[in-house]
Design a protein around this ligand. Structure first.
Ligand SMILES: Nc1nc2c(c(=O)[nH]1)N[C@H]1C(S)=C(S)[C@@H](COP(=O)(O)O)O[C@H]1N2
Ligand SMILES: [Mo]
Length: 425
């Protein structure tokens, strides 16, 4: 009986790019082997920085998938800025590499027959999880950074569990493929490739020693570009993404190059002209709640303490230059003026609190309260800020008072604060 010919793209002869081969796939794989663990670690560290011990990491309850938790430090003050900057910038920068790697192995998607053995079926299922989860992480991550909540589920929940699917599939993939990647890398010289203007196809490998997956086209077209050009294209794409995202972390005129900043580039007048995450209007903050009737209530001591704005301004004021770094991948450093949180704790009658619950006068919406840990309350740089860069806080930045704590995720720097409860636990 004549063997039935597989259809269309399932024929190995259908894939004719002379550029595909184990060397190219291995080079792209090596880049991802360095980059992906950094993405994974910074992602999990961001979860820890949110304070899972207070039930305020997102998603709050992840059972045994909770990473080892430790008190998130307040030094260096740029710790969260670095962590989250690396996570978001690297995540975006690796997109061209991921796409190129998928392109380089696409004939494998059309293996024929689709299932040869149970072991091979298992391998294909694990690859489906690997590819599916990384694309899911990229899509949810990019949409979140662009504040586009197109999906019916919580970004945090989806991105967190998607990450664990990816971690599992990635570890399995690396374990299985590491020897093949090393062989592939050794099969050609990177230096020689980078000097070659148009590349011949990687040599056919009938024994499958270097190319067990059959990535080399059996019937290649003549080369029109080189492997050097492929690497240049991918690297250039990554550099371009970096060039328009890194400026999200730079204060000054360079920030206008941050093309991916979704909320424009003007945020207020003079000293208050820096990134606003949620405006007072969007948060439903009215002048009535922040005007003359505003009070700061301090709880946890023998009796509640109430301060009006004049009383708050009469307390010792301190200046600290500290960054705000949002989980969504922008940050800005400003010079804040305000009252030390630890002075407020002492004033409340709880000089060494275990934690502090901070609540905004904001009545609806997420992120209007946060719990700070002891080290965060007691750090001398932690302020309830009333001013910034020599001016009064603008309403959008949290007038009359907002929290600013070193190395704290932006989200917990509560704006429009009305109440702080210093707790013994
Ligand atoms: N009350 C309140 N505080 C808040 C928020 C909020 O929505 N409501 N957003 C938080 C988030 S997510 C960030 S990143 C910072 C941003 O501060 P900024 O808008 O002054 O730059 O404020 C935080 N404080
Ligand atoms: Mo944020």
């Amino acid at each position: 009986m004549a063997e039935r010919r597989p259809p269309g793209p399932f024929r190995p002869q259908a894939w004719r790019s002379p550029l595909r081969g184990p060397w190219l796939t291995s080079v792209l794989g090596a880049v991802l082997l360095v980059g992906m663990p950094i993405l994974i670690v910074t992602g999990l560290l961001s979860y820890v920085a949110y304070g899972p011990q207070f039930g305020q990491a997102l998603p709050p309850d992840v059972g045994w998938l909770r990473p080892p938790t430790f008190p998130w430090p307040t030094r260096p003050v740029w710790l969260y800025r670095l962590n989250q900057g690396v996570h978001v910038v690297l995540g975006l920068v690796l997109i061209p590499v991921v796409l190129a790697k998928l392109w380089s192995v696409i004939p494998r998607l059309f293996a024929w027959p689709p299932v040869r053995s149970p072991a091979q079926a298992l391998e294909r299922a694990s690859l489906a999880l690997l590819v599916g989860s990384i694309l899911f992480e990229i899509v949810t991550g990019v949409l979140n950074v662009q504040y586009y909540y197109a999906f019916p589920f919580s970004f945090y929940t989806a991105h967190y569990y998607g990450a664990w699917v990816f971690i599992g599939a990635f570890v399995a993939h690396v374990t299985i493929k590491l020897p093949a990647m090393l062989r592939g890398l050794r099969s050609r010289s990177l230096r020689a490739e980078l000097r070659t203007p148009t590349s011949e196809p990687e040599p056919p490998d009938p024994d499958g020693l270097v190319d067990p997956d059959g990535l080399v086209a059996p019937d290649p077209r003549p080369a029109t570009m080189s492997r050097r050009a492929v690497l240049g294209l991918v690297g250039g794409g990554s550099l371009l993404v970096a060039a328009v995202t890194v400026p999200q972390h730079v204060d000054g005129p360079l920030r206008s190059v941050a093309l991916l900043l979704p909320r424009g580039l003007r945020y207020g007048e003079g000293p208050n002209d820096f990134q606003v995450n949620k405006t007072a209007e969007a948060a439903g903050i009215t002048p009535a709640r922040t005007g003359a009737g505003w009070r700061l209530t301090l709880l946890g001591g023998p009796r509640p303490v109430e301060l009006d704005r004049a009383a708050l301004l009469a307390l010792p004021q301190h200046d600290e230059t500290l960054p705000i770094a949002c989980v969504e991948g922008w940050s800005t450093t400003q010079t804040w003026r305000g009252v030390r949180l630890r002075d407020l704790a002492a004033l409340a009658g709880v000089p060494r609190p275990a934690s502090a619950f901070v609540a905004s006068v904001q009545e609806t919406g997420p992120f209007r309260s946060a719990v700070l840990a002891r080290n965060q309350v007691l750090d001398p740089k932690s302020l309830l800020a009333v001013g910034v860069n020599g001016a009064e806080l603008s309403l959008d930045h949290g007038f009359p008072a907002r929290v600013i704590v070193p190395a704290l995720p932006g989200v917990h720097n509560t704006k429009w604060v009305g109440l702080i409860e210093f707790r013994a636990v």
